[in-house]
Ligand binder design. Structure first.
Ligand code: MCN
Length: 797
């Protein structure tokens, strides 16, 4: 079962229109909400008059920021939750209070009999704004005279921190070569089929609330939602429906709108639903992180990299929603990428600006760091006139060095980086393309080759929060699962299931453990905090689910198998050591003799507890919380194993630039992925395809463009370009399997291997245009306009 290319169980319902999304949920007496949003990026709210809205037939109530401030606690952050104030902690509510700080920020919520009425009523609300100076650029926002988003804080720098590992000064002093660059990683987002959506139903009789939402991590934020609403945590029930319409990280954070809709339901004492529309999603949900970096790499003449020094400035947008500002310390998973150097200094700034807040977005924070490292590797290769692939091979951590403790304590579990590179070159047919390139150049055509190698770390060790506050001592990576064997012998699995194939892969693991048919295992779709077991960090994000859930499933299965063996030993008056569990039954070791199938044992434990041995509890159910065995707390020097698994991914490309238009065509695209043991290689291939499409979209097309007044200029799909199927080339995927020595079955996480595409295309474009000029591409989105301007610059030169 483990390693089988089984088709996803989820697909038939999705492909036949039977998926159950948030918009499909209806409950009796439900009202609908619409949000009035600010047209200004920064303005004082001088007056709000909602009276007109309430005159619209069907409108039920209107609430503003002032109402929220009166009744709710501000949104939790890592800081105020630990009972402290952050350096510049904004008091943040789901609706703007007295000021708006980004275009699209909600200022009022209307509830009405249906969404159309709610939208009509919304238009009758009068708001008087006094526009304020705007700052959209993070470096401008750091300056002393910059407009302040939170005047009381006295600065727009939400958080800053410096980290040093190894002997950085010495490395730079001993270097033959120091290369420096300013790099810019642009702002884009993901495009789930369904945006964020919430349905809240408050019950005054017992002061409890049920909130349905397409949450990626209900377990983490339940505590924070309860805190804001002032409802005890055990009376806050969060339910994620079977199909969330894609999450890609964006549905992971503490979304203020869940608290807002819950608050409204409490006030109107009716169920209330709000579904984010596409324009709201684009402008004002959350965006991926935008980063400017000043980087230096130190190297020896022979290409040995000695160290990295970087100042990174993270444009956080107008508010910091948990898990932010984690995005800017995500480099801690992979401080030096795939390479062996041990001297790393990072100076980090999380800066507030009048843009949409940022949040996790597939490759959260790591994509930016991968871009930084891979671009600088290319820069060193250029300076030393070395082949960029050879430079990488020279600096890789070697297979015999694993497990490899990085300079900051990140414990890389296993890998064969050079083997992945060779496989990628072989699959791309590198040598043939080199010849093609030479021939093309003679004809005035520009073919470029690129190859980059990155880490795709899986699982966040929450120890990371220690990087922005040492007193926050966490070490959870946990995932939970519960298994019930019923008297008919089928097994029910309760764990999270969010649409990355979890219903299929969890069933594979359980079928494997018990040696029963895959069809006999049912994984309940979705997650409900009232019925499902959860751990401190449960959820689907940071490519964590497979590695952690398989540990929880294996643990729960082991407990049940041991219980069945004890019961059989008791009934047969024999030693448990003489028995084993195999192929769905307890039997005498060696396979001969007596056996008892799991259905019979489950029936016995359910209906005949008097037959059980002393100390064995009735029923055949087990819940197991698995925490990664190597997840430690951060020490005082800022070291910890900040992730759990460290997959390796190599992307290689051949492309051709059209010298007249600046457009480029991808001629061949190859990915070699090493995620350890694969539970389902078919799903793993799909994850790679998805990750590449996501990242190619970002590297070629997608970017949120703001003007100086903080107006988002491309908030619709007419001008914010998402790739279509026809924009994505064929992607050839190969796997190398280097199991993790530390996880169940050797599985590593793998859902985010998209990181390298911006760096990959930059390298290939530089290579293509190298006969004209040796370019240094320092930006992450490569549009035809930019390529054309490079061509013009080269010709003018
Ligand atoms: N898998 C496997 N063998 C492995 C590793 C993974 O068969 N060695 C399978 C898993 O069982 C799972 C899938 O591949 O079905 C992804 O596994 P994993 O790496 O554990 O990642 P998660 O399940 O935690 O998914 C999160 C990851 C992330 S972080 C983003 S962002 C992303 C992604 O998955 N969002 C997605 N892929 C997505 N795919 C879909 N369809 N929708 C999203 O929102």
């Amino acid at each position: 079962m483990i390693g089988e290319r089984i088709k996803r169980r989820e697909d038939p319902r999705l492909l036949t229109g039977k998926g159950q999304y948030m918009a499909d949920l209806v409950i009796h007496g439900m009202l609908h909400a619409a949000l009035l949003r600010s047209p200004h990026a920064h303005a004082r709210i001088k007056r709000i008059d909602p009276s007109g809205a309430l005159k619209v037939p069907g409108a039920v109530a209107v609430f503003t920021g002032a109402d929220l401030k009166q009744h709710l606690e501000p949104l939790a952050s890592w800081y105020n939750f630990a009972g402290k104030q952050a350096p510049t902690q904004p008091h943040d509510y789901p609706l703007a209070v007295s000021k708006v700080r980004y275009m699209g920020e909600p200022v009022a919520v209307v509830v009405a009999s249906d969404r159309y009425v709610a939208e009509d009523a919304m238009e009758q609300i009068e708001v008087e704004y006094e526009p304020l100076p705007v700052v959209v650029d993070a470096e401008e926002a750091m300056k002393e005279n910059a407009p302040l988003l939170f005047e009381e804080a006295g600065s727009n720098i939400y958080w800053q921190g410096s980290f040093q590992y190894g002997a950085v000064e010495q490395a730079f002093a001993e270097a033959d070569l120091v290369v420096k660059d300013k790099l810019y990683f642009h702002r884009f987002s993901s495009t789930p089929m369904e945006g964020y959506a919430i349905l809240a139903n408050y019950q005054s009789v017992d002061h409890s609330i049920t909130i349905w939402g397409n949450f990626q991590s209900p377990a983490i934020f339940r505590l924070r939602i309860a805190h804001s609403l002032g409802i005890p945590m055990n009376r806050v029930r969060l339910i994620t429906p079977p199909d969330i319409g894609g999450g890609f990280g964006l549905k992971m954070p503490l979304h203020p709108w869940a608290i807002l809709v819950a608050f409204v339901s409490m006030k109107v004492m009716r169920p209330v639903k709000w579904v984010e529309d596409r324009l709201e999603h684009q402008a004002a949900s959350h965006h991926g992180s935008e980063q400017t970096s000043y980087v230096e790499f130190a190297a020896k003449k022979d290409g040995t990299i000695l160290g990295l020094r970087a100042k990174i400035i993270h444009n956080a947008g107008a508010y910091v929603h948990m898990p932010e500002p984690l995005g800017m310390v995500e480099w801690s998973h992979i401080p030096q990428g795939c390479y062996r150097f041990r001297n790393v200094a990072m100076e980090c700034y999380s800066v507030l600006t009048n843009k949409c807040p940022v949040a996790p977005n597939r490759g959260y924070g790591r994509m930016q760091h991968q871009f930084l490292i891979e671009r600088m590797m290319d820069r060193v290769a250029q300076e030393l006139k070395m082949d960029p692939v050879d430079l990488r091979l020279k600096n890789f951590i070697r297979p015999e060095e694993f497990p490899y403790e990085s300079t900051n304590g990140a414990l890389y579990d296993s890998g064969q980086y050079a083997a992945c590179v060779h496989k990628a070159q072989e699959t791309l047919d590198w040598e043939r393309w080199k010849k093609e390139q030479a021939k093309a150049r003679e004809q005035g055509r520009y073919i470029g080759l690129g190859l980059v190698s990155i880490m795709d770390p899986g699982v966040t060790n929450m120890a990371m929060v220690g990087l922005f506050d040492k007193s926050l001592k966490m070490s959870t990576t946990g995932e939970a699962a519960s298994l019930t064997i019923d008297p008919s012998g089928t097994i029910t699995v309760l764990t999270g299931s969010w649409g990355q194939g979890h219903e299929t892969t969890c069933a594979q693991v359980v079928a494997y453990e018990f040696g029963i048919p895959f069809e006999d295992v049912y994984v309940v779709p979705g997650i409900d905090t009232a019925t499902h077991p959860v751990a401190g960090s449960s959820g689907t994000y940071a490519s964590r689910f497979a590695a952690m859930a398989s540990g929880a499933l294996q643990g729960a299965a082991a407990e049940l198998k041991e219980k069945m063996i004890r019961i059989a030993a008791h009934l047969w008056r024999t030693d448990a050591e003489k028995l084993e569990f195999s192929e769905g039954k307890v039997r005498e070791k060696g396979g001969a003799g007596k056996f008892m199938p799991l259905a019979q044992l489950a029936a016995l434990a359910t209906y005949s507890p008097a037959k059980l041995p002393p100390g064995v509890k009735p029923g055949m159910e087990s819940t197991f919380i698995y925490n990664y065995p190597k997840a430690n707390e951060m020490d005082d020097s800022g070291r910890a194993n900040f992730a759990a698994t460290y997959a390796n991914v190599v992307h290689a490309v051949a492309l051709e630039v059209n010298p007249h238009t600046g457009q480029y065509e991808i001629l061949k695209y190859v990915v070699v992925h090493d995620a350890g043991t694969l539970i389902n290689p078919l799903i793993a291939d799909g994850q790679v395809h998805g990750a590449v499409a996501h990242s190619l979209g970002a590297a070629m097309l997608e970017e949120f463009i703001y003007n100086d007044e903080g107006q988002l200029l491309n908030g619709s799909w007419v001008d914010y370009l998402c790739p279509k199927a026809t924009d994505i080339p064929d992607i050839e995927v190969e796997h190398i399997v280097t199991p993790s020595p530390f996880t169940a079955y050797g599985v590593k996480g793998m859902g985010e291997g998209s990181g390298p595409v911006p760096a990959l295309l930059a390298q290939a474009l530089e290579d293509a245009l190298s006969p004209l000029k040796q370019f240094r591409i320092t930006w992450s989105r490569h549009t035809p306009e930019k390529v054309l301007s490079m061509l013009r610059e080269a010709r003018a030169g």
